[in-house]
Write a protein that binds this ligand. Sequence first.
Ligand code: 4AD
Ligand code: MG
Length: 502
Amino acid sequence: MYNSQVLIAEMKNHVGSEITIKGWLYNNRPSGKVQFLVLRDGSGICQAVFEKTDANADLFDNVKHLGQESSIIVAGLVREEPRSPGGYELAVSDVQIVHNTSDYPITPKAHGTDFLLKNRHLHLRSQRQWALAKIRHTVIEAIRDFFNSNGFTLVDTPIFSPAVGEDEQTLFKVDYFGEDVALSQTGQLYLESAALSLGKVYCFGPTFRAEKSKTRRHLTEFWMVEPEIAYINLDELLQVAENFICAIVTAALEKNSAELELLQRDITQLQAIQKPFYRLSYSDAVDLLHSHKAKEYLQTQLETCQNEAKQLQDCIAQWTPEQETAKKQWQKDKLANQIRAAQEQLAELKTQIENIPHHLELACNFQWGKDLGGSDETIISQLHDRPVFVHRYPKTCKAFYMKPDPQDNRVVLNFDCLAPQGYGEIIGGSMREENYDALLGRIQEKGYDQDNYQWYLDLRRYGSVPHGGFGLGVERTVAWIAGIKHIRETIAFPRMMGKIYP
Ligand code: 4AD
Ligand code: MG
């Protein structure tokens, strides 16, 4: 039986041949003298049809009783079958049972979020999670390709650091042989020194922030890529960011059409991502939050949510009795799943209905000088069909290293890139203060320990130049491209407040 192993994704090239698939049993459904095995192997999913004969009666019986996630090696003939997931199926000639599994905890039934997070190590085997893993892979590949092919040198920056990188509120403190240091919130400061050596550099690694907020956009450990460029200005930096995001979106559209379809992503929204992105000063963004347009948008959204909630409620009310008329167990399971999904969606809509008046109030009362919050970003990005650069934020709400705008000393030369459809900030970046005295002043204002910044100040003592860069969060970018609500599914083992297992 041991013909050469073929990946499920490659079955299309082997129609009419006898092949072997090594994988796991995703689903095992009996139908009289035929057993329908749904197999997965990491490359895809396919149906294998095993017919009982006099010769294979014992094996058939064993296979029939295999539980979900049993590992098996299956040999058979490939044939086209439009009803099989993927379009091809295997007419089974032999099965080797590698590991018989029973009582796999994640069944085809729907499970609650908490349960799935506790079983994340197994949940990764589900189709939705493969799709997300593959999209993440593409995003990371596109990130590296972009910088590698545009003259940037990769420089790995340290994780342990004695200095505050971004903000002192979210430091993870570590005892470093008796000294208090923190896990890296950014590689940027170190990267600035590399930029003054190599010109164009980037770092890419895990980033740690003690975020006490439990939002759908925050992890405590996430991956950030940061380019840093010597002799650049803010406009040029925005152009780099624009080209960079377009390259990522193009790669995902090219390489992940199957995954995006599985996740039911509306790809027309991604296809619309083109240069130039919108550019909005912070002050204009505040005006937009106060505008009639924003109020109208929130009002319409509230009505839409209310209507959708009503429709769902009606559906759920109708579905329940029908469930009793479903004859077979799989029909009941399917209905139970639909009802559960509808109930979850309804709960989500109800939360939104509750929150929208609060968001409206926040937007109306937004005061110039504050940092934009999650709901403000959502509103701004919802009102645009392409990414938006919000630039020149008030100095008071931003990090110490940002360079003030020579035209208006109250604001800094920075930008955030907000992804459309309400996804909010995926990039934060800025020009850096390159003047020694001004930077020292900022460090003193913040009350940081100057000793930790002597090396950083040196960059302004020796050959200082205008320079800047930005950081892009991988998980938020993947969530946006995949069109999913919460970033916790974009990384294999998410770390959030109150969540460290498995
Ligand atoms: O805007 P941030 O804080 O910028 C910096 O750290 C700069 N030092 C970058 C630079 O100029 N080199 O973070 C950059 C991005 C955010 O836009 C967001 O995508 C992501 O990192 N990010 C988070 N992602 C997930 N969970 C969190 N808690 C995040 N905090 C930031
Ligand atoms: Mg930011």
